[in-house]
Design a protein around this ligand. Structure first.
Ligand code: C2E
Ligand code: MG
Ligand code: MG
Ligand code: MG
Length: 279
């Protein structure tokens, strides 16, 4: 972000000022403007059923098209928005936009529309007073059913405990599905499963990456599917890039996958196209 947003202006800065602090302030101001002037949009990436390749749900992913700097990656600006608190407002916009889109697709595509919309929610949003109330309001406002929404949270967000765990429980009570994102990369993956109501495990890309080359990776991916099956959860393999990976995942028991192989994030995914794997 420093590079994307700072370089043109750095020369003009008073050298006595702290570069990093200035950069953060600038980014905060830019994010504010982005939200107010509609520089954000959402793209949607399919999550498919194996082996058919049929799309079951889509994950909403935010995109920022900066008027001067062009595309800025969420991996850069989401952490910044989390630090300065703007993620709360940005996240509400994401939730409203994604839920509204899900309803629009239901109206225009009928049965071909994805069954569920998956939305990423940060720790900061989860610990806002009455986040479940906001979700209830957005569902009523858009007309989307609670069971058609998946909230993706990371292990670290939930592990913070307290308010975050209460919020997850309340969402679960509403009938919203809970997905643990980047599963397996936290410090307490399995511990969390004992106490937090979870419906979906999104097995991190790092476990998928070398699955066809490394026995160790395959063993771990396969252990995770056993845990998931044993607990009655749905495991989604993240970041599947090749047909070989997809076939191996299916062979060891995965029934859901997401990744460039099946479809890149797009404003209007092609819901007709399926990438079936041969078994
Ligand atoms: P995530 O939720 O784990 O999303 C998956 C990321 O992996 C996305 O990156 C997606 O484009 C990318 N991806 C999917 N399939 C493949 C693949 O086959 N290969 C590779 N190399 N990458 C793949 P993206 O869109 O850049 O988002 C990065 C992260 O930013 C997300 O990770 C999520 O943590 C965060 N994020 C994105 N949108 C939002 C949002 O609306 N709200 C919040 N709070 N966080 C968001
Ligand atoms: Mg996610
Ligand atoms: Mg993920
Ligand atoms: Mg990930």
């Amino acid at each position: 972000v420093a590079k994307a947003l700072g370089e043109n202006q750095r020369r003009r800065y008073d050298p006595s000022m702290d570069d990093h602090a200035r950069e953060q302030n600038r980014l905060a101001a830019e994010l504010r403007i982005a939200l107010d002037t509609g520089q954000f949009h959402l793209v949607y990436q399919p999550i498919v059923e194996l082996p058919s390749g049929r799309i079951t749900s889509v994950e909403a992913l935010i995109r920022w098209n900066h008027p001067e700097h062009g595309f800025v990656s969420p991996a850069d600006f989401i952490p910044a928005a989390e630090r300065n608190g703007l993620i709360v407002e940005i996240g509400e916009w994401v939730l409203r936009t994604a839920c509204a889109q899900a309803v629009t697709w239901r109206q225009t595509l009928g049965d071909r529309a994805p069954q569920r919309m998956s939305v990423n929610v940060s720790a900061r949003q989860l610990t806002e007073p009455d986040f479940p109330g906001l979700v209830t309001e957005v569902l009523a406002w858009t007309g989307l059913g609670a069971a058609n929404l998946i909230v993706e949270v990371t292990e670290t967000a939930v592990f913070a405990g307290g308010q975050a765990v209460l919020a997850v429980n309340a969402l679960h009570e509403l009938g919203v599905h809970i997905a643990l994102d980047d599963f397996g990369t936290g410090h307490s993956s399995l511990t969390l499963l004992q106490t937090v109501p979870v419906d979906v495990l999104k097995v991190d890309k790092s476990f998928v990456d070398n699955i066809t080359m490394s026995g160790r990776h395959a063993v771990i991916a396969s252990a995770l599917i056993q845990v998931s099956d044993g607990l009655g959860l749905i495991a989604v393999a993240e970041g599947v890039e090749t047909g070989e990976q997809a076939a191996e995942l299916h062979r060891i028991g995965y029934r859901r996958a997401q990744g460039y192989y099946f479809g890149k994030p797009a404003a209007e995914p092609d819901f007709e196209r399926t990438t079936a794997i041969t078994v």
